[in-house]
Design a protein around this ligand. Structure first.
Ligand SMILES: [Mg+2]
Length: 190
């Protein structure tokens, strides 16, 4: 059931690979493979300080392919959350899609299922949110769900960018994207 829209709380959606950690072109499944993108932790802290709740939405077809387990993913995300909380940031929830394209689910980006699910879980007006991603799949998911979109393109290592819906904004990294979000929201508040 749809909750009442929570208009006092602000939300930002983040993709994981290529936004928070380095997109390696192959799946990041273990802690030793994890590499923070410069500016990512600072951006998350900045969003937290500005009063935003952060939700991560991530495609993890590595699970459907048997390369990662749900348990392994949970361990990796605990590691990520630990570091984020240590610097004074937080992630409200992480949604992951374990499927691949051929599973024809509703959650794998560019489908909007994870965003719509989060909107229902937290009573979010998606038109008031931003999605920050590094691929066409992310941007298209945001558009399909009605969020505003920011493409970060400084750290993309593979060629998964087959869907090229233009984003509303472009930034080099999460910290720069964060400044756009805060600027745009403050402009509206005037
Ligand atoms: Mg990505």
């Amino acid at each position: 059931m749809m909750q009442e829209t929570n208009s006092t709380r602000r939300f930002v959606f983040l993709d994981r690979d290529g936004v928070i950690n380095v997109e390696r072109g192959v799946y990041t499944t273990t802690i030793d493979q994890w590499q923070w993108i410069p500016g990512a932790l600072e951006g998350i802290k900045r969003l937290a300080d500005a009063g935003f709740s952060i939700i991560v939405i991530t495609n993890q077809a590595c699970i459907a392919k048997g390369i990662q387990t749900e348990e392994g993913l949970a361990i990796l995300h605990e590691f990520m959350l630990d570091h984020i909380r240590k610097i004074g940031g937080d992630i409200l929830r992480i949604y992951h899609c374990p499927h691949r394209d051929s599973d024809n689910c509703n959650c794998r980006k560019p489908k909007p299922g994870m965003l719509l699910g989060a909107a229902e879980d937290f009573g979010i007006n998606l038109a008031e949110t931003f999605l920050i991603g590094d691929s066409g799949r992310d941007i298209e998911a945001g558009r399909n769900a009605g969020t505003r979109t920011i493409l970060v393109d400084g750290y993309r290592a593979d060629a998964d960018n087959t869907l090229n819906e233009p984003a509303d904004f472009r930034a080099d990294n999460l910290l720069e994207a964060t400044e756009i979000v805060i600027r745009e929201i403050l402009l509206e508040k005037r």
